[in-house]
Write a protein of this length. Sequence first.
Length: 370
Amino acid sequence: MFRHEFPTPDWFTADDSVLGVALVFPMQGPAGIFGPACELCARLAVEEVNRAGGVLGRELRLVAVDGGAPPREVAEHVGALVDLGVVQGVTGWHISSVRQALAPRVAHRVPYVYTALYEGGEHTAGVFLTSETPRDQLRPAMVLLARERRVRRWFVVGNDYVWPRRTARAAHAYARECGGRIGGEVYLPLGTHDFEPVLRRIERSDADAVLLLLVGSDAVRFNRAFAAYGLDARCLRLSTLMDENMLMASGPSATVDLYSTAGFFASLANRDTLDFHGQYAHRFGVEAPSPGSLGESCYEGVLLLAALLRGAGSTDVTAIGAAADTVSYEGPRGLLRLRGGHVRQRIYLARADGPDFDVLTELDLHTARP
């Protein structure tokens, strides 16, 4: 168990020698399962930035905000930190409902680097996005599975909010490209425990694949129920939100024929990822939570925020936006640049292999064809 090592607004006040960064990550709810990894990865990045001299002659300092709280509550909390001058930037992993509440409140005042994979379409000035979208992540994965596994009939199971619903909307088009279809969709409240009605619907359907758009511990419980129901012998699963912590919590017997697609996997063995894992293990020990793609995204978020501030030479959001397309940074996902407020990156397809992922291939958006 890792305790939070962040200052709190009760005593942390504005300080001209410090650049405060609100780290918005889940401390409760279904996404709380990877909250500790988000925290540790962000701390590692801040320490790296500060060892190199900080940003604009100032030390970065994180202020924790519970991104698992209701969206309006999160937005009020972060907005108050900005009002008080406690933070000059925002980053972190949190669901799209939180981003939609938070962006209008703060993005025109401080830079906001959103690190979660999301449904696409975010163009609010002052918001910069480091992670995957369905076009780059889901489409080539569905194309590849249609070609290699003959997947034609999909069933969508997701939580009931904007990311799963808009992702599923895109998935309909991707399935049609491959000569397939989505034959059923179910959207469940965050925190669902009873999946039997959904499993009965999948069993009665002719689906040969399930597109899994559940968050955190909801996905873990679904995986266990899916396997116990015997559906893993008939349907493969594809998730765009399944990291190593969720995989381990599900258990090997519940993740047979489960695929995941992401821009980072802990099992990738290239120079960038090996350097990152070495630093992470040295700092937090081998028993620390696996960073996974979701936790690691918070490392990326801190690095991009620092690069944006340096590139503009200012904390002014307008100046940062003007300089954004000239900004680059290097992290565990390689050398990355912004284009239209979004980071472009390599995306991989992996298959569950016991407690880890076996990375099968790098997906290619441009050459993937049905």
